[in-house]
Design a protein around this ligand. Structure first.
Ligand SMILES: Cc1ncc(C[n+]2csc(CCOP(=O)(O)OP(=O)(O)O)c2C)c(N)n1
Length: 354
């Protein structure tokens, strides 16, 4: 089943059984991948875990709706470390996340340099995820501005958490996205899980919804239940359709859960107090007669086994050699040649530089 099929089905009114089951499978795969990564970290096959359990409903829907490809005609993604389900829904190889967890030389996102869930895929316009939070919001207007000048239907998607919106980068994003006459084709997403690392959102926000901030800049905004895959799919699709057609920004806030705490630094244990989008969706699918408990359990077992096997294979892959540690930091270039005055020979200007 392709993304296109999902979109066609949606425009007819409702997602069909096949599409709902595909979403469920992707959500389950994303969750089981994160659980494998958490186990890898706890067993010593990695130094740190951070990821997206609790955001699968929203992030799978997003991944299925992305217009995937390289260059300005396709969507750009400026994601964060909880976007694993988006990556899986786009077709990323789960083994690559395990490679990044294990810091192997084969990790295609960072060659074993970065934390897990810090993706980077040039052929799909997935801009490298950075550990300093929120910088993606001030970078994203760059690709959106290039897309505005280029024309076409491509848009820029930027996503981060609620607490990070306190950083100046978020304000930078709102300002650049909404300049009169140069409004940018951006889908600005905030996935609100109600926490910074340990700071409750309720103690930080004078505004009712974070997305309301967009209203002051004349932007369209919306809040959706990010724990419901059908509502998330419909909400993202509506917002994307607007941005693609009008070439103007939309601020979309999605309420989500954080099911394994902040990261391995806070223990990475399952929390029972928050809504679990997969449990809720499975109940809905069972009631509709689309999925039985036995089928869901069988799928869970089979994917768990599949991922365990993958993690064993990743363990055998090579670690990076120390001599590559400084590659990709500075541009590889010949040292500049200087004249007797210490000026670069390539500098032909009269009277000195700037
Ligand atoms: C610039 C910067 N400040 C602080 C941190 C430490 N830090 C990492 S995650 C995080 C909380 C982010 O919360 P939120 O934006 O709500 O996203 P969530 O992790 O809840 O999805 C903080 C403060 C950081 N990585 N970068």
């Amino acid at each position: 089943m392709s993304t296109t099929l999902l979109q066609e089905t949606r425009s007819e009114g409702k997602l069909g059984k096949e599409e709902l089951l595909r979403m469920h499978e992707l959500m389950l795969r994303a969750r089981l991948l994160e659980e494998r990564l958490i186990r890898m970290q706890k067993q010593g096959d990695g130094y740190f875990w951070i990821g997206g359990p609790g955001e699968e409903a929203f992030n799978v829907a997003l991944g299925l709706l992305v217009h995937k490809g390289e260059g300005l005609d396709y969507d750009y993604l400026h994601l964060h470390y909880r976007s694993s389900a988006t990556m899986l829904a786009m077709g990323a190889d789960p083994m690559d996340a395990m490679r990044q967890m294990k810091s192997t030389a084969t990790d295609p996102y960072s060659g074993g340099r970065n934390f897990v869930n810090h993706y980077s895929i040039k052929k799909w316009n997935v801009v490298p995820v950075s550990s300093p939070i929120e910088v993606q919001y001030s970078m994203a207007p760059g690709t959106a501005l290039a897309q505005k000048r280029h024309g076409g239907k491509g848009l820029t998607i930027v996503q981060g958490g609620d607490a990070g919106t306190a950083e100046g980068d978020f304000a930078t994003c709102l300002i650049w996205a909404s300049r009169p006459g140069v409004e940018l084709p951006m889908l600005i997403i905030v996935t609100n899980n109600q926490y910074g690392i340990s700071t409750p959102a309720g103690t930080q926000h004078g505004e009712r919804h974070i997305s309301d901030r967009g209203k002051a800049f004349g932007m369209k905004t919306g809040v959706i239940d990010g724990n419901d895959p059908e509502l998330a799919y419909a909400g993202i699709k509506d917002a994307m359709d607007y941005v693609r057609k009008e070439r103007k920004p939309f601020v979309l806030e999605a309420t989500v859960s954080r099911l394994y705490g902040h990261s391995s630094s806070s223990g990475a244990n399952y929390v029972t107090e928050e809504a679990d989008c997969i449990t809720k969706f499975e109940q809905k699918l069972e009631q509709a007669g689309h999925l039985s408990r036995a089928q869901a359990d069988a799928m869970k077992k089979s994917v768990t086994d599949e991922y365990l096997e993958m993690s064993k294979r990743v363990r055998e892959e090579p670690q990076p050699e120390s001599k590559v540690a400084f590659e990709h930091i500075f541009k590889e270039a010949e040292p500049a040649q200087h004249n007797a005055n210490g000026r670069p020979l390539s500098d032909q200007t009269e009277g000195g530089g700037h």
